[in-house]
Design a protein around this ligand. Sequence first.
Ligand code: GDD
Ligand code: MN
Length: 366
Amino acid sequence: MSQTSSFIPELCIVVPVLNERDNIAPLVQAVRETLGGIAWEIMFVDDDSRDGTRAEIMRVASQEPRVRMIHRVGRRGLSSAFIEGAEATFAPNIAAMDGDMQHDETLLPKMLQSIRDGAEIVIGSRYVPGGGIGDWDAKRAGMSNLATRLGQMVLKTKVADPMSGFFMLQREVFDRAMPKLSAIGFKILLDIIASLPQPPRIVELPFQFRTRVSGESKLDAGVMRDYLLLLIDKMVGHIVPVRFVLFAGVGGIGIVLHMLVLFSALKLGRMEFTTAQELATAVAILGNFVLNNKFTFGDRQLKRAKLWRGLVLFAAISAVGAVGNLSVAAFLFGPQMTSWILAGFVGAVMSLVWNYAVSSAIVWRR
Ligand code: GDD
Ligand code: MN
């Protein structure tokens, strides 16, 4: 593709934004200054900001034809925003950069040079000599460190800063990763590297993470939950859906809870077995419901009136699952004389699959 006689820029910078009004103009100005002789464009991806971000982008675009925007409604997430931005450009090279001035845009020309020199992915890295995390407190630094180590486990290649939100890659590399992307949460770089069939040629260039001046961070508990989902999806997502893994995990906790309550009711409360068993079942169902509502289906959480309706439905579904479990186990254990371990296991798996399928279709339906 010849750059001299083409309207297609050599580089597109995809910038996901959520309530970043006061950062738009400074960012475009900084990019314009630093990218002097390079053919570039900026693709803002806005998730329906409430602070006038889009009006500001339009104002800036009226004086800068290289500014573009995608407006998404009813969607959220830094990763999916980047993916949509990347798919909307023709540029052969794509950068991801935050819209809050925390990423050092003066690194962009060096990143592009590395790509021209043959790198497939160039990372703006906080964790190579010369890089740094700026003014983060010990807690955030510690969490980033832990998250980085976890992330490195799902990668087949050595990367110092797979959690960086600042990177550049060849569009061909992005296209290769595309079919396998999880697109969950914040960590798109990790997602891309883990989705590639072959480890890419990576170069890491140091940069200092800047302090935020305007607006505020969107990092919250949901971001951490999403990160765990991403890791699970990258590890076992090709075998079972990540939600099913969470659902099964919660089910496991439910069994432990059941046994604890049963034990206490029998030994400490001196209850009759049937009563104790009923109590334990009720507590386990309630516990499972609360945990599934918070984690497994955290993105579709039920609240207020819907919460009670959901609980009743969930209890009914679990009851049917339990009956199914018993009959399958009885069938296998009965005339065939199969081992009780196998019978119990098959029964449990069957009710797990039933509970999961029906709960996600009815209780936590989209
Ligand atoms: N479109 C869209 N949708 N944009 C979002 C969303 C979203 O749901 N959430 C955040 N953003 C935008 C913000 O407006 C900002 O431009 C950028 O994404 C980064 O969000 P911050 O909330 O400022 O993130 P951070 O500074 O805590 O974390 C950043 O640095 C980490 C370390 O490099 C992010 O880049 C992380 O991905 C990165 O791991
Ligand atoms: Mn930020």
